[in-house]
Ligand binder design. Structure first.
Ligand SMILES: Cc1ncc(COP(=O)(O)O)c(C=O)c1O
Length: 349
């Protein structure tokens, strides 16, 4: 089975497992795990932030960031397709108790004018105490539902400058920030400096089994540690898994270009097929999203699965496929031929 459902299906290499087995550990809840501390220091430096905290998942780092930036009843600005809003179990409502104000992003990219419109202008005939006070803007780079879209730097700067003028805090969901940097050559800290807080993930294309890091100002990270403990996120000898994340940061980032090339190879291989609506030029990083014009996604996914290819339905007529470090060029060629056989068979009926 060629599994292209997600880069979260990546498996740790033997070298990563060895590094994990050898990691010095301690009780992280007591602040005693040297490997967790090393990871937190290294990621904070890498992103140009004062401090950082290691957690089990990107959902936890994002949602604790939202919780720590806000009070219950505040409004948070999200893109309409944001992972933090759509795909994290309703946590902004359930955990932070905030109200979403949705931005009309195109593949996750919205404008400074969208932010200004969502915040609105005070007027003497309309008391500012009436609406939920907007406190935070969340941005996702690269954008998952947007098919791995990289935020253009100029637009990102304009959006962040407008948010600052409106006194919003800024959080970056950088689960795949590595991909944006590898694709553009702009270092991660070049994106991170526009934001108060940044979440990055190691358990996706970076190939570590577990974990994400939230980075930001020292006081903010102390507050985030409190919420981490509050929801049972304190883990004891976490150095074993933190060592996998450290290994990933030091060894697996540069190779992401290979995943980008394989995503493009897949896109180019299937874009020419009947029943597939896809412009390969929209594939900027490792995520391939395409629309089906004949088959339903659920049906397509079952048919390719029966022939040895696992992909994800991403809506009624859309499908997602993501190469990662355990996927070879031969796997991509095989994936293209499986998809070709399914769509040609359907086209002939
Ligand atoms: C953009 C983005 N943010 C956050 C997450 C959440 O990460 P996790 O699955 O580690 O909770 C994901 C997961 O795929 C994601 O794609």
């Amino acid at each position: 089975m060629i599994d292209l459902r997600s880069d979260t299906c990546s498996k740790p290499s033997d070298a990563m497992r060895l590094a994990m087995a050898a990691a010095p550990v301690g009780d992280d809840v007591y602040g005693d795990d040297p490997t967790v501390k090393e990871l937190e220091r290294e990621v904070a430096n890498f992103l140009g932030k004062e401090d950082a905290v290691y957690m089990v998942s990107g959902t936890m780092t994002n949602q604790i960031a939202i919780r720590a930036h806000t009070e219950h009843g505040d409004a948070v600005l999200f893109d309409q397709g944001a992972h933090v809003y759509l795909l994290e179990g309703g946590a902004p409502a359930a955990f932070a108790g905030v109200l979403p104000r949705l931005l009309p992003g195109v593949r996750g990219v919205f404008t400074a004018a969208d932010v200004e419109a969502a915040v609105g202008k005070p007027h003497r005939f309309f008391p500012s105490t009436v609406p939920a006070p907007p406190k935070l803007l969340c941005v996702e780079n690269t954008h998952n539902v947007g098919g791995g879209k990289v935020w253009p730097m100029e637009e990102l700067r304009a959006v962040c400058a407008s948010a600052r003028k409106l006194n919003l805090a800024l959080h970056l969901d950088g689960a795949r920030l590595w991909h944006a940097s590898v694709a553009t050559g702009i270092p991660e800290r070049g994106y991170a400096e526009l934001f108060d807080t940044v979440s990055v993930c190691f358990s996706k294309a970076m190939g570590a089994p577990v974990g994400s890091v939230l980075a930001g100002p020292r006081d903010f990270i102390s507050r985030a540690r409190r919420f981490k403990q509050q929801i049972g996120g304190g883990f004891r000898q976490a150095g074993i898994i933190a060592a996998g994340a450290l290994y990933a940061l030091r060894n697996n980032r540069e190779r992401l270009v290979e995943d980008h090339a394989r995503a493009r190879m897949l896109a180019e291989g299937i874009a020419r097929l009947p029943g597939i609506d896809l412009d390969p030029h929209t594939v900027e990083t490792n995520i391939v999203r395409f629309r089906l014009t004949g088959l339903h996604a659920a049906d397509f996914v079952e048919r390719v699965y029966a022939r040895g290819l696992h992909v994800l339905p991403a809506g009624i007529d859309s499908v997602r496929a993501i190469p990662y470090l355990n996927i070879s060029n031969a796997d991509i060629r095989r994936a293209i031929s499986i998809i070709e056989s399914v769509v040609l068979e359907h086209d002939a009926t």
